[in-house]
Design a protein around this ligand. Structure first.
Ligand SMILES: [Zn+2]
Length: 202
């Protein structure tokens, strides 16, 4: 994706491919994020918290992106006037190759942050056992909460349950991953309970 492509997805209606293979026009990602501020869905839809009238995660992300884009624009031009969308749109006129490459990276990162908030990856099942590779049981997530280092992927990107043979177990402390036949070994190592008990624990 070029800088121009990235900006297009952020600030203009654009085509996207749906799971059934057809294409549809969707709102600019910035508009989708702005709309998400006033919904209770988004990154917190799987939690048990009472939905808030304002999506705090979406509002925080908007504020962070606004701050980041303004800092980039100050570096680039010495001023940072206008809305977040206006600033990003002006990046289309940049011609210096190193700045274009930098902004391409910045805009792709913005896209990734918005899409993962709007459409969070399926939750992974925490195993709460020491990792056989690094011996860590817990890690801190981006919110500073202690979470299980070892997690099992039991659902695909569309949220459908996978057959157990396609599960994976990954450690977020050391990045080790086990799949397929390795899972049998892994589950024996980390547990004194039966494999299916671990996979069902949550
Ligand atoms: Zn590990």
């Amino acid at each position: 994706m070029t800088l121009r492509d990235n900006i297009h997805r952020l600030v203009r209606p654009h085509m996207t491919r749906r799971p059934d293979g057809t294409h549809a026009t969707v709102d600019p990602l910035l508009s989708q994020l702005a709309a998400a501020v006033h919904t209770s869905r988004g990154g917190r839809r799987d939690s048990n918290e009472t939905p808030l009238p304002v999506n705090a995660a979406a509002m925080d992300l908007w504020a962070a992106l606004d701050t980041q884009a303004r800092a980039e624009e100050l570096d680039r031009t010495g001023t940072a006037r206008g809305t977040l969308g206006a600033i990003i749109t002006r990046w289309e006129t940049e011609t210096r190759p190193t700045t274009v490459a930098h902004l391409e990276h910045v805009t792709l990162d913005i896209i990734d942050q918005i899409t993962s908030l709007l459409d969070p990856p399926p939750k992974r099942r925490p195993l709460r056992k020491p990792c056989p590779a690094c011996d860590q049981t817990w890690v801190l997530n981006s919110d500073g909460d202690r979470v299980s280092a070892l997690t099992a992927g039991t659902h695909d990107a569309e949220g459908a349950m996978l057959p157990p043979s396609e599960y994976d177990v990954a450690c977020s402390a050391c990045d080790a991953v086990w799949t397929g036949q390795e899972l049998t070994w892994l589950l024996q190592v980390i547990a004194d309970t039966r494999a299916e008990d671990i996979m069902q624990a949550s």
